[in-house]
Write a protein that binds this ligand. Structure first.
Ligand code: NAP
Length: 299
């Protein structure tokens, strides 16, 4: 239980509603900022403003998937009011405050360092990233079906990257009957991909593999789908770039060549906000329980 733990949720989307429900069930005291359009009747939950009083009276802060932009602005789909985490506000945080977000941009990292605020990037954690890969892969399939005129079954897919998202994507494609080749750069990943029934290959073979690809799913956050590679793809091929912005595709060249290519960020929050919120809520509450324990040990 989180009785006595004060959590402030600032901004976000439908995922945060699930997190707030979960925290309320665990008896946390929740202040929510930027949820003006949500009439909430959950116990222990109240609306608050983004000010020094709110920030100073909290043990933990949860920011959205991308914590802030490069100017401190926090996204909130439930409020028209701008929310900005300024230096002045961060200064008022209590010394033991723990700030959580999906991923932090340099602005937020610097702010936390400057004010000695403990920062946890939830999407960096393997448990969160692996669970998030499930709605990501489902969303990728949805977009693929909507943007192609052939079945995934019987197609040839390339999955670039064999990390937490790539491995799930490859497994899901294979289970739908797509002949799936996976680009890896480590021998142990090559061996694992082979063992799992995929066709592994190294980056230096990408252009050759591209000649036979119907579908390409990129999970590598650097430019891998270069003009050179895109030039080799068949005209009907579809590229879905799942890597974080700006992705790893030369979109300008893909357009010039008439190859359909899309960047699809934030799929868990779009296709399965309840599941994605549950993943965040359960991990967050587990970490807050650990914080409670650490606090007791040191007292
Ligand atoms: P991850 O577990 O770190 O996997 C990344 C993979 O890319 C690893 O296999 C890594 O290889 C490989 N890689 C990295 N740089 C490479 C390079 N220059 N050349 C070849 N391979 C390279 O990351 P993840 O959790 O799967 O996430 C992948 C990306 O998807 C991230 O940008 C993440 O933000 C994004 N993402 C997007 C969504 C969405 O909704 N679109 C959802 C979740 C995640 P090594 O293992 O050899 O390093």
């Amino acid at each position: 239980m989180l009785t006595g733990t004060r959590v402030t949720i600032i901004g976000g989307d439908a995922r945060q509603l699930e997190v707030i429900r979960h925290l309320s069930e665990l008896d946390a005291t929740v202040q929510m900022v930027g949820f003006d359009n949500w009439e909430c009747r959950l116990s222990g939950v109240r609306h608050a403003e983004l000010n020094a009083e709110t920030i100073s009276q909290t043990d933990a802060i949860l920011l959205p998937a991308v914590g802030t932009d490069d100017t401190g602005r926090i996204d909130s789909v439930f409020s028209a009011k701008p929310l900005v985490l300024t230096d002045e506000l961060a200064k008022t945080a209590s010394p033991n405050v723990h700030l959580f977000t999906g991923m932090a941009k340099p602005y937020l990292r610097t702010l936390c360092e400057r004010h000695s605020i403990r920062l946890t990037e939830l999407f960096d954690r393997d448990d969160v990233a692996i669970l998030n890969s499930i709605p990501t892969a489902e969303g990728a399939l949805m977009i693929t079906v909507q943007n192609t005129d052939f079945t995934i079954h019987g197609s040839r897919s390339l999955v670039l990257g064999f990390g937490r998202t790539g491995a799930t994507m490859a497994r899901v494609l294979q289970s739908l009957g797509s002949k799936t080749a996976v680009m890896v750069r480590r021998p142990e990943h090559y061996a694992r991909a082979l063992e799992m029934g995929f066709t592994p290959f190294y980056p230096d073979s990408l252009a050759d593999e591209a000649c036979r690809a119907d579908l390409v799913f990129n999970t590598i956050p650097s430019l891998v789908l270069t003009a050179n590679v895109i030039a080799k793809l068949p005209a009907h091929a579809f590229i879905l770039d799942l890597a974080s912005k700006p992705g790893g595709t030369d979109f300008r060249f893909a357009e010039k060549r008439g190859i359909k290519a899309m960047l699809a960020p934030g799929l868990p929050g779009i296709v399965a906000p309840r599941t994605a919120g549950k993943i965040i809520g359960e991990t967050l509450s587990q970490l807050l329980v650990e914080d409670q324990g650490n606090g007791r040990d040191s007292s």
